[in-house]
Design a binder for this molecule. Structure first.
Ligand code: NAD
Length: 530
């Protein structure tokens, strides 16, 4: 006999969960009180089954209008509206109806599973099974255990998730679990960047895509719905009480004015006259047979970034030298036209650049890593600040298809044109941004990595599960912990310190961020979980 699954609530999530459970071979009953909702769910499931070319899936799903007095399901999942009273009532009914060994699961996004389980006679069998929308397509399920959840219930939850072909991660019963929490800075810090006029929404979206995000934050918020995103922001913030995750006035205002994104025709973009045009920051790489012989480039730096940049430049420029440390600055050729300083990725390089400014021909362009160095302060002490280009390569050049360039107070058109020429030769687009600490990508990616580290430290999940969750739950190009290792924990610490100096301690890097620079075995100190 087929094992049974009971799904309570046949809306967006319930219908999707019913479909994936039926696809996994279970016989599924959906409890949905609204006739219209039942019909919608039925049609949705039939359509998904058709798409999967397996009509039998839909045949395994039947509907009820209320929870029966007795039911022999092995797993029950509630996907009713996000209200504690409604869900508690459902849990109480489920417990009466089901056999003692059945798992009772909630799909809540923002309520405490522990509080929900308080009404249960057997709270040890209550877990969160947090699916992502649309369940048919999204691979991730967060399994949320409370302190009372039994090992047997957890095992049953894992077995169920595996059987329906999803990937499970374990999350503690904390606000936003893993994904909705660690993703907060992607939205919030992007809106801060917009507030600070770092660049326009289309430019910031283009930069985010250039760093590997499937969608930029603004186009994504428009798709999710500004109201939904705002509600999640408020809920995570209020329950966690972390100032760094304070919701934005911008969101509140947009919700109040009815700019909810695609569903109302306008949000950060306007959809009323058709699809808004997207900005694409990427450019094709210059063919290798077109080697530039005019520029003479010196790359200064000691870390991987310098070697990487040096090698890349050599493919497109005939005259490139690598100056491996500050004691060797004399080796910069007399006729140098561009100096690109990568430093060590974590120290302000103002002193070195000021020294070169005093010494080199005024025509020579000076490029400095704007994530580590205060470009405005440096410009103020230079003889020829018009030649100063603050650029942003966060981790490796390979990891981003566009580079941010600081629109410094003194930056000349010539310097900007040369910066564009150099980066475009390497196949990297250029987006000009205002001179704010962290620019855009340093701010956003840095804050995501920081939130991930804090979550791991607080025992929300293991580093590995955080990475899996963010890749599968919101399509991040790499897990934030791994991303942090690539960029460097001390480099990110530097970036976030600069942001905190100017915007407040709430944005300070977590003291363990630097641990990402250690060997993986030593890095175990990151993990708070046993
Ligand atoms: P929805 O409004 O689309 O569906 C809820 C359904 O529950 C409705 O069809 C409603 O008629 C039905 N319902 C109302 N009272 C009920 C009751 N007492 N018993 C049974 N059914 C009842 O909502 P949704 O988006 O599917 O969300 C459901 C749950 O899933 C919420 O807890 C939500 O937080 C969570 N969730 C939503 C998403 C998402 O992206 N929409 C993602 C993950 C989790």
């Amino acid at each position: 006999m087929q094992e049974k699954v009971l799904v309570v609530g046949g809306g967006t999530m319930g219908a999707g969960i019913a479909f994936v459970a039926a696809r996994g071979g279970y016989s599924v009953e959906v409890v949905e009180p609204q006739e219209a909702a039942r019909e919608r769910a039925r049609a949705r499931i039939a359509k998904d089954a058709e798409r999967a070319r397996d009509a039998a899936i839909a045949d395994r799903v039947t509907f009820l209008d209320r929870i029966p007095e007795r039911h022999d399901a092995v797993v029950a999942i509630e996907a009713a509206p996000e209200r504690m009273d409604v869900k508690r009532d459902i849990v109480a009914q489920l417990e009466k109806a089901l056999g003692a060994s059945a798992l009772v699961a909630t799909n809540t996004s923002s309520l405490s599973v522990r509080e929900l389980a308080e009404v249960a006679e057997h709270p040890q069998r209550v877990v969160g099974l947090h699916f992502f929308n649309p369940p048919a397509a999204m691979k991730l399920v967060e399994i949320v255990a409370t302190e009372q959840t039994s090992d047997a219930a957890l095992d049953a939850a894992h077995a169920f998730v595996e059987r329906i072909g999803k990937t499970a991660v374990d999350a503690a019963d904390t606000p936003g679990f893993i994904v909705n929490r660690v993703a907060r800075p992607f939205y919030l810090q992007s809106m801060r960047a917009l507030d600070f006029d770092i660049a326009s929404a289309p430019e910031l979206d283009a930069l985010a895509r250039a760093a590997g995000f499937r969608m930029g934050p603004f186009e994504l918020m428009d798709l999710i719905g500004i109201d939904i995103n705002y509600a999640t922001s408020v809920s995570v913030y209020e329950r966690l009480g972390a100032e760094r995750l304070t919701p934005m006035e911008m969101q509140r205002r947009m919700v109040g004015e009815g700019f909810l994104g695609r569903k109302t025709g306008a949000g950060f973009y306007d959809y009323r006259d058709g699809e808004p045009e997207k900005l694409d920051a990427s450019v094709p790489e210059m063919p290798e047979d077109e080697v530039n012989v005019e520029e003479v480039i010196a790359v200064i730096g000691f870390a991987d970034a310098a070697f990487d940049l040096f090698e890349r430049l050599q493919q497109h420029f005939a005259n490139v030298v690598h100056v491996a440390n500050d004691e060797m600055l004399d080796e910069i050729p007399e006729d140098v036209t561009i100096v690109i300083d990568t430093g060590d990725g974590m120290s302000d390089r103002g002193a070195v650049i000021a020294q070169l400014d005093a010494r080199l021909d005024p025509q020579t362009m000076l490029f400095v890593d704007a994530y580590a160095t205060d470009v405005a302060a440096l410009g103020a002490r230079m003889r020829h600040p018009e030649r100063l280009v603050g650029y942003g390569i966060l981790g490796s050049l390979d990891a981003q298809s566009a580079v941010e360039i600081v629109d410094g107070e003194h930056l000349s058109d010539d310097a900007l044109a040369i910066a564009e020429e150099v980066f475009e030769a390497l196949g990297k687009g250029v987006v000009v941004v205002a001179d704010e600490p962290g620019l855009f990508l340093g701010r956003v990616v840095g804050s995501i990595v920081n939130e991930a580290v804090i979550a791991v430290q607080e025992g929300v999940a293991s580093a590995e599960d955080v990475d899996t969750a963010m890749q599968l739950g919101v399509n991040y190009p790499r897990g934030p912990i791994e991303w942090g290792r690539e960029i460097g924990g001390r480099r990110l610490t530097r970036i976030l310190k600069r942001i905190a100096d100017s915007e407040g301690e709430a944005y300070a890097p977590h003291r363990s961020l630097w641990v990402l620079d250690m060997q993986e075995q030593e890095e175990e100190m990151l993990d708070a979980r046993p």
